[in-house]
Design a protein. Structure first.
Length: 157
């Protein structure tokens, strides 16, 4: 297995859409009160727009030319608040590995590609959000060395 990474192209949109459906199913199965089943985070039109936005790189992993995973990223300007130090960041908006490829190191390859991109672009850190219901993602990111930065709490009314 040789996995290569590069930046997504418009021709990759159908494969990315299929992966978006896989990751969304994890969330809609785990929290049907929040996530609508049968939908995705982005549609094809939105993906085309994202692929033209230099501040939102989409890194894909390929095996034999086939997209087997992606990492959708966002370069974030560090000017959040006067009370927080201004640091640029790379936010991983979404990362998915095809179900058939999980456990084969593709996630690590994608994460490391995003990390390299962040370093090359002078980012202070790399951040992401993980839903509590997604224990496999939480374990993966812990293995990658990520630590909680903050916690969002909820009370369902």
């Amino acid at each position: 297995m040789e996995i290569i990474t590069d930046f997504a192209k418009n021709s990759d949109i159908p494969a990315i859409m299929a992966l978006l459906m896989q990751v969304h199913k994890v969330h809609s199965d785990g929290r049907p009160d929040l996530f609508e089943s049968g939908t995705t985070k982005y549609d094809q039109t939105q993906l085309k727009e994202i692929l033209t936005d230099a501040s939102r790189p989409v890194i894909v992993a390929r095996e034999d030319g086939k997209v087997v995973g992606y990492s959708m990223c966002q370069l974030k300007d560090g000017h959040f608040s006067k009370s927080i130090a201004s640091r640029n960041s790379l936010y991983i908006d979404d990362l998915c590995v095809d179900e058939s490829m999980r456990g084969r190191g593709v996630g690590t390859i994608l994460y490391n590609a995003a990390l390299r991109y962040a370093k090359e672009h002078g980012c202070y850190n790399l951040t992401l959000n993980v839903w509590e219901l997604n224990s496999s993602a939480k374990a993966f990111y812990s293995r990658m060395g990520l630590k909680p930065q903050r916690t969002t709490l909820e009370k369902i009314l």
